[in-house]
Design a binder for this molecule. Sequence first.
Ligand SMILES: [Zn+2]
Length: 134
Amino acid sequence: MIKKVGSTEIREYHRASCHCGAVEFEVYLPNGLVSPRRCNCSFCRRRGAIAASAALQDIRILKGEEMLRLYQFNTMTARHYFCSVCGIYTHHQRRSNPDEYGFNVACLEGVNPFELGEVETVDGIHHPADSNSE
Ligand SMILES: [Zn+2]
């Protein structure tokens, strides 16, 4: 877990937003950033964001819930949310663990994802839930 990114402390309740500010949310991060990672699946490799984990009840949309759009593909299990105004990915309900959200680390207030250093890449191409996610 990561408690500090560059000079930014990860707060217990950390504010986050999309690029245009239409969507604001809060992530409960008592353990800091948990397993920030990239994924190489057909969707994530285009999106390019680093996602960290939070339990479903630990993300609270403070503003602009109605501005969020949902994108689903393939098995239609994962739920990928993005701002309908600026297009920025905010969070998604995982396919590998539907009790968990992944969220866009770059949306966290004051957090520069380039200061995370080396980030693990998850092998989403070879997902256990299907044989061809391409
Ligand atoms: Zn936006």
